[in-house]
Design a protein around this ligand. Structure first.
Ligand code: ADP
Ligand code: ASP
Ligand code: MG
Length: 426
């Protein structure tokens, strides 16, 4: 008998029929003798619906008081789906109880709409498990030191599930979703994408941070920190599918590199449409210029991603960086009204129609020329690279948004990711 955590995403919880299927799947695992904790997302579309209502009533809302109410609101989506799942399990004849984040409690910091989990009290969950119940814990939320409800950022139920699994020292955290595992790239963009049987923790971390939304990045960080066995698998198989088969399906996130396996140079391709580029042109090429620009941006609470400073000419230089789309206008205003006049810059330009495409693979550590192969492939497609950023196991380029799909498909082919599973390692 093991303690297992299941997480079900919004699509998997999307209708009464689907919730009934989740209940049947969980019942199967419970009847096999496992202690079951289930972390559901809100029903699909619900979080967007709620946040849409907030936007209607407070279109220009911002600040702590505003974000506090967003969390009060958005957290109800998971409260509803959790109660519905408990009812469905009870209808299957199981004892089941649901808890919100504050009832567990899942303690977080006070950063509304993007709170971080700090600790989880496992006593109440354990007591109910020991009493033979299936325990349902709302995804996406917690409570701060002042008893305010917080949420963990979009996609945060993944993180709730992994954190709960870590706190309970679960044997495995199984992320059930609308795809049957982690693919070489988003199968919605490249139909030839293949499912990986395994992916290393480091690669998964890069894929998630570079835009693959199949797992929220913080869930992968948690899994790494607490060595939580983590698997991504389909919730769309028949719920009564053989349990042993199901337990081995999907994609396993592994913590050890398997020396025996011949590794693909590139394991996956990630992309992010949610970026925008800003440039400050003709700034004096003097020490401290990067700090003066990016310091002001950081003070405005804007996260910067790719950064590029050109080499100076005639005592002047150009400086570019990317931010999330949502921060674009705010950053453009800041640069135009405050930073550029102060530095005596010639011009500020911006482009919200860019995207970032990245290749990821542990194999890049031991192979040279991978980045140049990427650049050649893009050049063959006549795609202009605007910015480049590299680290040990990834290379990212910023390109015009309209070439995103073309670039991802071409790179997928270039790095042999279209090949059948047995010809490249997994
Ligand atoms: P859930 O509601 O279950 O949390 P998400 O929509 O958040 O599901 O994440 C699953 C989606 O992630 C898939 O439908 C797929 O389109 C997308 N995705 C992006 N990159 C990948 C990838 N490399 N492998 C699998 N799915 C991916
Ligand atoms: N319901 C939240 C969202 O839509 C959290 C999640 O689904 O993981 O972002
Ligand atoms: Mg998700």
């Amino acid at each position: 008998m093991a303690l297992i955590v299941h997480k079900y995403g919004g699509t998997s919880m999307g209708s009464p029929e689907r919730i009934r299927n989740v209940a049947r799947r969980v019942a199967k695992w419970h009847h096999a003798g496992h202690q079951m904790v289930v972390v559901p997302s809100a029903m699909s579309g619900e979080t967007n619906r709620l946040l849409g209502l907030a936007k209607e009533l407070a279109p220009h809302g911002s600040g702590n008081a505003h974000d506090r109410e967003l969390d009060m609101l958005a957290a109800t989506g998971e409260q509803a789906s959790s109660a519905l799942l408990a009812l469905a399990l009870q209808a299957e004849g199981l004892a089941a109880v649901s808890f919100t984040g504050w009832q567990v409690p899942i303690r977080t910091n006070s950063a509304h709409t993007k709170a971080r989990i700090e600790s989880i009290d496992d006593a109440r969950v354990r007591a109910e498990l020991d009493a033979g119940k299936v325990v349902i814990v709302t995804g996406f939320q917690g409570i701060d030191p002042n008893s305010n409800i917080t949420t963990l950022g979009r996609g945060g139920s993944d993180t709730s599930a992994v954190a709960v699994a870590a706190a309970l020292k679960a044997a495995e955290c199984m992320i059930f979703t609308d795809v049957d595992g982690v693919y070489t790239t988003d199968p919605r963009v490249v139909p030839e994408a293949r499912r990986l049987l395994r992916i290393s923790f480091e690669e998964m971390l890069e894929m998630a941070s570079l835009g693959s939304k199949v797992l929220q990045i913080r869930s992968v960080e948690f899994a790494g920190k607490y060595k939580v066995p983590l698997r991504v698998l389909s919730s769309f198989t028949p719920p009564d599918i053989d349990l042993v088969l199901e337990a081995a399906s999907g994609t396993l996130i592994t913590f050890e590199e398997d020396e025996d396996m011949e590794r693909a140079v590139v394991s996956g391709i990630a992309f992010n449409r949610d970026e925008a580029k800003l440039s400050v042109l003709g700034v004096p090429d003097t020490p401290g210029i990067a700090y003066q620009i990016l310091g002001a941006v950081a003070e405005a609470n804007v996260e910067v991603d790719v950064i590029l400073q050109n080499s100076g000419r005639d005592g002047k230089t150009d400086f570019s960086f990317t931010v999330q789309q949502g921060d674009y206008q705010k950053t453009l205003d800041l640069l135009t009204k405050v930073v550029a006049p102060k530095l005596g810059a010639e011009e500020v330009t911006g482009d919200p129609r860019i995207c970032k495409v990245s290749i990821v693979g542990i194999g890049m550590r031991s192979h040279v020329g991978v980045a140049s192969r990427m650049f050649k492939c893009l050049s063959d497609e006549a795609i202009n690279i605007q910015m480049i950023s590299t680290s040990e196991i990834k290379t990212s380029v910023v390109i015009d948004e309209k070439y995103m799909e073309l670039a991802v498909r071409a790179l997928h082919r270039e790095f042999d990711l279209d090949q059948p599973a047995d010809t490249i390692s997994q």
